[in-house]
Write a protein that binds this ligand. Structure first.
Ligand SMILES: Cc1cc2nc3c(=O)[nH]c(=O)nc-3n(C[C@H](O)[C@H](O)[C@H](O)COP(=O)(O)OP(=O)(O)OC[C@H]3O[C@@H](n4cnc5c(N)ncnc54)[C@H](O)[C@@H]3O)c2cc1C
Length: 383
């Protein structure tokens, strides 16, 4: 169908929302993004964007040639926690390179590209409800303002207010896992930029360099039941982080010693949504399929969604058909990737004999480990 001149309203100016807005605007739609925040900022943190996500960024024109602000990865080192002994080295996937972005940089690239294309971004615009009418959706803002659009795209994240409109109220399950994240200045630019996954009993730490290796990104996850705050912006105590990972030696010990500011949040699990659309309203990104961060695929999936949604409008003969086609195309893959991330949560935190057996298997598998997830990275939604 031709979407030229049709009004699309995207709820949420995160990575998924901005990518969808850009993909639709360049196809001729008139897109308005409604973002609740007063500015598009991000707490310091990194994102690994693997080949499947990079394919979308390239197709959107925000990662041409050597992608700006991105740090090329040379694979992942798996380490044991005590002294940082290397268990295995996992090379970059054969499907293509992974890049490490500072989240704020990627958001900024998408934001600027969307504005250049003509997308209207409205900040301080919190949406509370979306109503379906014949041929259009009505978007209700907290301010009382009401907007009408031919299609409303809910890219409002893991705690989406639109998802319950389609799926009813769901109670998220606490995973009994708590994540810490921080960035620190880093001055080891002579080293090959690699992610490191350091695994210990009931805990793991992921580190990788950002911004020309001038910063190090840290995500530390522990099994714990006494912290239930879900928001990403809650400040934690760096000394508490160090105490909880005090037996992690080697490079992780050195890195944690330098943390001055840290955020902490509890990881909750919501299933992949049963219903993604009802003809005029559609879910995208974490709103449709929140995932635990153990495959580093949430933003990549959101980018894939954005491209596939825009493509569905090209291929189908009407909005209702396009949204149904998008849901059918995306749901099986989202379910499979989300399940893979869930299994990793268990694999990373083994203790006792299970840990030693898993390490022996990892050593034996070595470079073949990368092949295990090739089905994720080799998918290119843009071809
Ligand atoms: C520790 C951690 C590490 C991660 N690492 C990776 C990684 O390496 N690679 C990867 O691919 N993914 C990673 N992810 C996942 C990734 O961050 C998310 O999957 C991704 O940000 C989802 O994008 P989104 O646009 O769907 O939602 P979000 O990024 O959550 O954006 C939603 C936006 O909607 C706005 N909003 C919410 N409600 C409303 C409302 N009612 N009205 C208006 N606006 C609203 C919010 O303010 C926000 O701007 C990680 C996640 C975590 C927690």
């Amino acid at each position: 169908m031709n979407i030229h001149g049709l009004n699309f309203c995207v709820i949420g100016g995160g990575i998924g929302g901005l990518a969808a807005a850009l993909a639709l605007q360049v196809r001729g739609a008139k897109v308005t993004v409604l973002e609740q925040a007063s500015e598009l900022t991000e707490v310091g943190a990194g994102l690994q964007i693997s080949a499947n996500g990079m394919a979308v960024l390239r197709a959107l024109g925000v990662a041409k040639g050597k992608p700006a602000f991105a740090q090329k990865s040379f694979g992942t080192v798996l380490r044991d926690y005590r002294k940082g002994r290397v268990i295995s080295r996992v090379p970059s996937p054969a499907a293509g390179l992974t890049y490490y972005y500072h989240r704020a940089d990627l958001l900024d690239l998408l934001h600027k590209a969307a504005l250049r294309a003509g997308v209207e971004l409205r900040l301080e615009s919190r949406v509370t409800e979306v109503l379906k009418h014949p041929g259009e959706a009505e978007i209700v803002l907290e301010s009382g303002e009401r907007l009408r659009a031919e299609c409303a795209i809910a890219a409002d994240g893991g705690r989406s207010v639109i998802r319950p409109i389609l799926n009813g109220l769901e109670t998220p399950a606490f995973t009994h896992q708590v994540a810490w994240r921080a960035t620190i200045p880093w001055r080891h630019s002579d080293q090959t930029p690699r992610a490191a996954l350091t695994m210990g009993p009931r805990r793991h730490v992921v580190t990788y360099p950002l911004r020309d290796q001038n910063q190090m990104n840290i995500v530390a996850v522990e099994e714990r039941s006494d912290w239930h705050e879900e928001g990403w912006r809650q400040e934690g105590n760096p000394d508490d982080l160090r105490a909880r990972f005090a037996d992690f030696g080697g490079e992780v010990g050195t890195i944690l010693a330098q943390v001055e500011q840290v955020n902490i949040w509890a990881l909750f699990l919501r299933p992949v949504a049963e219903k993604w659309q009802n003809g005029r309203i559609v879910l995208l990104g974490d709103a449709a399929h929140p995932t635990l961060p153990f495959m580093a695929q949430g933003a990549c999936l959101a980018l894939e969604d954005a491209w596939c949604l825009a493509r569905a409008f090209e291929l189908e003969s009407g909005i209702v058909k396009a949204l149904a086609a998008y849901e059918s195309a995306r749901k099986p893959r989202a379910r499979k990737v989300v399940a893979a991330a869930g299994s990793n949560a268990r694999n990373f935190h083994l203790s006792g004999p299970m840990r030693l057996a898993a390490q022996a298997a990892l050593m034996a598998l070595g470079p073949k480990l990368a092949q295990r997830y090739e089905w994720i990275y080799s998918y290119d939604p843009t071809v």
